[in-house]
Design a protein around this ligand. Structure first.
Ligand code: NAP
Length: 241
């Protein structure tokens, strides 16, 4: 298994869920921009599940040497990589913040997934799970740079699923609503609309086993987004969302 964004609590909960459910992985490749924290998780799964793993440095804001990934093969890729950035007015007009959001959520991430997608295509098997966001379904004033990068990522995953379908590779798009993780720490989230990392991982694992194409983490978000998508623009533009 290949994990992108390994310090994400959702990624770690998914790895644990898969191992608890008896999934077998020769090795888990934990890609991370934070080696120290990820080494602790690697030791944890070694002790708890006798699971072999390897921690690999991947900072999307730095140059990537793809040669070091040449011998990495797997049947499952789980991508939890994402960056919320600053959605405030200050953040919106700060080009560094804007570029970082677009780079980490989309432009620097897609070539990495493509690299492994080609390997999956050559083997004619495997599943790619990508965590996008409900934020990508309609631009809102509170976080539309992040939302637009996630919209692009959702479109990428949709196209990749279509392209890989007859190559026997499945692509699952996850659209989380709120999840209680380090990304949302300190934000005033409605607890009824917020999934814990474990809840999110259980839902993602279920969608993976059912070979779903697209899944919301909490089903309520499917209804919320249907309403949001259908609000006429002349009303929507006046809302403070
Ligand atoms: N939390 C929410 O409410 C929510 C809602 C909708 C969608 N999502 C999406 O769900 C996914 C998981 O998010 P999360 O809530 O678990 O947040 P998170 O803990 O911040 O996870 C995102 C991960 O992205 C990786 N990342 C960040 N900057 C990077 C960089 N420069 N290079 C490489 N990797 C980088 C980090 O992993 P490493 O430290 O291992 O590099 C980080 O753990 C993300 O795609 C997020 O956008 C979250």
């Amino acid at each position: 298994m290949i994990v992108l964004g390994s310090t994400s609590e959702v990624a770690q909960a998914f790895v644990e869920k898969a191992l608890q459910e008896g999934e077998k992985f020769e090795k888990i490749y934990l890609f991370t921009s934070n080696k120290e924290t990820t080494e602790r998780f690697a030791r944890h799964i070694d002790v708890k599940f006798l699971q072999q793993s390897e921690v690999i440095e991947l900072d999307l804001m730095k140059d990537i040497d793809y040669n070091q990934f040449e011998n990495i093969n797997s049947n499952l890729l789980f991508c939890a990589t994402g960056y919320l950035g600053e959605g405030t007015e200050e953040g919106l007009y700060d080009n560094k913040n804007t570029e970082r959001i677009i780079d980490i959520n989309y432009s620097k991430l897609v070539p990495v997934i493509n690299y492994f997608a080609q390997k999956f295509e050559n083997r004619r098997s495997g599943t790619i799970i990508g965590l996008s966001s409900v934020a990508g379904e309609r631009g809102r004033q509170s976080n539309f740079i992040y939302g637009s990068a996630k919209a692009a990522f959702t479109a990428y995953l949709s196209g990749l699923r279509n392209y890989l379908f007859d190559k026997k590779v499945h692509v699952l798009t996850i659209k989380p609503g709120f999840m209680a993780t380090k990304m949302t720490e300190g934000l005033p989230l409605n607890p009824k609309l917020t999934a814990s990392p474990k809840q999110a991982a259980d839902c993602i694992f279920k969608a993976y086993k059912k070979q779903k194409n697209v899944a919301y983490v909490l089903p309520i978000w499917g209804i919320i987004m249907m309403i949001i998508r259908n609000i006429p623009e002349f009303i929507f533009k006046k809302l403070k969302l």
